[in-house]
Design a protein around this ligand. Structure first.
Ligand code: NAD
Length: 498
């Protein structure tokens, strides 16, 4: 059985707490590894190591730091096949989808390669007599990232690539459910030339997270996961004076206007609703057709497509999606479907009893589709995070705009329409952080920022793009006056620009 320890000081070290967690292979249901769960003391050792290495890394010129990221890109691309295989085995998503997970992380590493430009400060000559002002961005020191199971390559890279490029040392606490890829990425960063101690992976559970939150030498924490934990991390990090950005759960709606191309809308719903078994924070979990005709047409086209979804093991090259991540999560999703039936929603496709031949112990379920879901139902209010799509019929555009705007989550939303006026109005008014127009999963590309609103995001600065540079640096502003600009005598009145 493979034992996964921690990655501290440039190498893998065995766990010393005596506590471990099982890592499953969801496609077969087997335990394929045991991952160490760090104690407070082990986390502290990683922080001390990182703090010792960080000043020299921050003093390394930004172009050299960028070159490490460039070599890392080459190595990730070289290892794409084996990384995707490992990712699919621990997570359950299909290999092509696993490659997408890695690629979306790679794109943020590419963005971070621009760090010499991105970290430039500002300069004003002659702001007053003999006075010049400039600002500079400096690394924070040691920072940490706590990441979820569902993107074990992408989200760690979203966190550590900009942070490290800015000159910080990084402590990554990945999900204990699929820690293999984050550990391998850390090894590749060392192979790319990153000094030991700058990227550390501390595996663990709540104990490690709390140790991060309470550690006085960690200056910032980036979290991605469920909303209750995001809120907890945000407030506990703030209590110890840390900068925090914490991203949570979602309930992403896709509005289908009567003039939309229904075939395109159905294609989009199938991919965005059921891809990765619905275990994406940007999955579409609510479809909102506007008007009875649009709703009936949509359902007629959607039902056979959901019934025809191809579920398979992660290694099946033609499967639409694979198993869910754990047996407990599978049970939770099944329970939600049962709840929806009890709440009175119309379960028009029931995939709960799907069995994968030859993989009977894997964590599979088929696609489920609910019609006539109403906003007061729990299956509408809560995040299910499985291959379950709810259809809420809206009578008009105003109602369709209100639904995602009033939902407690506000991660992503989409509108499908040919009407530019409606699309423009929707994008301007909807109370959600990321909007797609005829794009079902509007994950902004690396040089824009990613972040949800309301209970999908706690904190002000988003992930990747310019916000990532702001989050992982602090700004220092220098006001300088040369002797030629100094007037005689002391000034007792606050200086102004009058
Ligand atoms: P999770 O909240 O269970 O775990 C996230 C991280 O928190 C993990 O590293 C885990 O070890 C840690 N953790 C778990 N319980 C904890 C506790 N009680 N105290 C402290 N730390 C704890 O989330 P998950 O199941 O791994 O991931 C799925 C969730 O993540 C979904 O809600 C999904 O919407 C969300 N997500 C959000 C985004 C986004 O950008 N908004 C992106 C991906 C996933």
């Amino acid at each position: 059985m493979r034992e996964i320890g921690h990655f501290i000081g440039g190498k893998e070290v065995a766990g010393a707490s005596g506590r471990t967690a099982d890592v499953y292979q969801p496609m077969t249901g087997e335990v394929i590894a045991k991952v160490a769960l760090a104690s407070k003391g082990e986390l502290r050792a990683a922080v001390e190591n990182a703090a010792a290495a960080q000043p020299a890394w921050a003093a390394t010129n930004p172009q050299r730091r960028a070159r490490v990221m460039m070599r890392f890109l080459d190595l990730v691309n070289r290892e794409m096949e084996s990384l995707a295989d490992l990712l699919a085995r621990e997570h359950g998503k299909t290999i092509p989808d696993a490659k997408g997970d890695i690629q979306r992380g790679v794109e943020v590493v590419e963005f971070a390669c621009g760090i010499p430009h991105l970290m430039k400060g500002e300069y004003t000559e002659g702001a007053g007599p003999g006075i010049d002002i400039y600002s500079m961005r400096q690394a924070l020191g040691v920072v940490a990232g706590i990441t979820p199971f569902n993107f074990p390559a992408m989200i760690p890279m979203w966190k550590f690539a900009p942070a490290i490029a800015c000159g910080n040392a990084f402590i990554l606490k990945p999900s204990e459910r699929d820690p293999g890829v984050p550990m391998r990425l850390a090894e590749l960063m060392i192979e790319a030339g990153l000094p030991a101690g700058i990227l550390n992976v501390v595996n663990g559970d709540k104990e490690a997270v709390d140790a991060i939150l309470d550690d006085p030498d960690i200056r910032a924490v980036g979290f991605v996961g469920s909303s209750a934990i995001a809120e907890y991390v945000y407030s506990r990090a703030a209590a110890t004076g840390k900068r925090a950005q914490c991203f949570g759960g979602a309930k992403n709606h896709m509005i289908v206007m009567p003039d939309a191309d229904m075939d395109q809308a159905v294609d989009a719903l199938i991919g965005a609703g059921y891809g990765s078994a619905g275990e994406r924070c940007m999955a579409v979990s609510v479809a909102v057709p506007v008007g009875k005709r649009a709703a009936d047409t949509l359902m007629d086209k959607l039902i056979p497509r959901v019934e025809g979804l191809k579920i398979g093991p992660s290694t099946d090259p033609v499967a639409d999606f694979g198993p869910l991540v754990t047996k407990q999560h599978l049970q939770k999703v099944r329970d939600y479907v049962e709840l929806g039936v009890r709440e009175g929603a119309n379960l028009v496709v029931d995939g709960r009893d799907f069995k994968m031949q030859g993989y009977e112990d894997g964590f599979y379920m088929g696609g489920c589709l609910f019609d006539e879901v109403r906003p007061e139902m729990r299956i509408y209010k809560e995040e299910i995070f499985g291959p379950v799509l709810s259809v809420v019929r809206a009578k008009d555009y105003d109602e369709a705009l209100r639904l995602p705007s009033e939902h407690e989550y506000g991660n992503g939303v989409a509108i499908f329409t040919r009407d530019g006026d409606a699309a423009r109005d929707f994008a301007a008014k909807v109370n959600v952080g990321m909007v797609g127009v005829n794009v079902p999963i509007p994950v902004p590309i690396a040089y824009y920022t990613f972040g949800g609103w309301k209970r999908s995001g706690f904190g002000d600065l988003n992930q990747h793009g310019p916000d990532a540079i702001r989050f992982y640096t602090k700004t220092k502003t220098v006001t300088s006056r040369w002797p030629s600009g100094v007037k005689e005598g002391s000034e007792f009145v606050i200086p102004t620009m009058q």
